[in-house]
Ligand binder design. Structure first.
Ligand code: ZN
Length: 271
């Protein structure tokens, strides 16, 4: 979609500022209580006017890409999949007949998703991995026992160890490091569930390249809470109350943030 059409369909959310021939999206009227932005983010799982959808042709490609990424994960294992970069993902696909080489149309699709400015469908956070083949540094990460997750050494690991020690066994690491393949898989699987609504998918998950899980952030939960750890209900848990009291609830995506993402009380900002 060209910028002009996008701006016509964006429901007045953006203004454009012309800078050296570039059109930069900027905010309009965020302070109004009836702001469409706020209601979109609060009702993040609904389809909204101005949402951007994939075409029918792209949906067919999305389906096969998601299935192939799942097969890559099956080969490398759920835990290690978190550290897999784009080139390694292609190599696994090439080397295992069970996965199958990524065909050109799937590669073009992934490239398009990665290099498209996510602001065009509503995600307004900054990019963390700028190149499609950028990798998280495996040797800088460490496996966290009994979680199936990795954390970067340094600040993320120290912070997690310190908060675990203070809060005790009720706090769990629910998601740590995520490299290109995992974030791509999570985002595209979400886009499949939203029937190609990229705007709706990006209200729940940072698009590939935009996730701070590639730079040190991590998610925590209350033991035994399962998927509810990834809902706003997490803010009602004892673990969250302790995170707040102890000063660890530095949230990347607080309620009514201006980044286009839902409230994520479980996501601890490190980077
Ligand atoms: Zn997170």
């Amino acid at each position: 979609m060209d910028k002009r059409r996008f701006l016509q369909t964006a429901g007045g959310l953006f203004l454009t500022v012309s800078a050296g021939g570039l059109s930069i999206p900027a905010y309009a009227s965020l302070c109004r209580p009836d702001d469409p932005y706020r209601s979109k983010i609060r009702n993040f799982e609904a389809n909204h006017t101005g949402d951007i959808f994939l075409s029918a042709e792209q949906m067919a490609i999305l389906k096969s890409v998601v299935a192939r990424l799942r097969r890559v994960r099956g080969i490398v294992g759920h835990g290690r999949f978190a550290l897999v970069g784009f080139d390694e993902m292609l190599a696994v696909a090439r080397n295992y007949r069970k996965v199958g080489k990524f065909p050109k149309k799937e590669l073009d699709f992934l490239e398009d998703i990665f290099y498209r400015d996510a602001a065009c469908y509503g995600f307004l956070g900054e990019k963390v991995l700028n190149g499609l083949t950028d990798q998280v540094r495996k040797k800088d990460s460490t496996a966290i026992r009994r979680t199936g997750q990795y954390l970067f050494k340094g600040d993320p690991l120290h912070t997690y160890n310190a908060l675990s020690k203070k809060i005790g066994g009720d706090v769990i690491l629910t998601s740590g490091v995520r490299g290109m393949a995992k974030q791509m898989y999570l985002f595209l699987a979400k886009a499949l569930r939203t029937k190609g609504n990229l705007s709706r998918a990006s209200r729940s998950l940072a698009p590939p390249g935009y996730s701070f899980h590639a730079a040190g952030d991590f998610d925590v939960g209350q033991r035994g809470w399962g998927v509810r750890n990834f809902t706003s209900d997490f803010a009602q848990t004892e673990v969250f109350k302790k995170l707040v009291d102890l000063g660890y609830a530095r949230l990347r995506y607080p309620a009514d943030n201006l980044l286009g993402l839902r409230y994520e009380p479980w996501h601890i900002k490190i980077a």
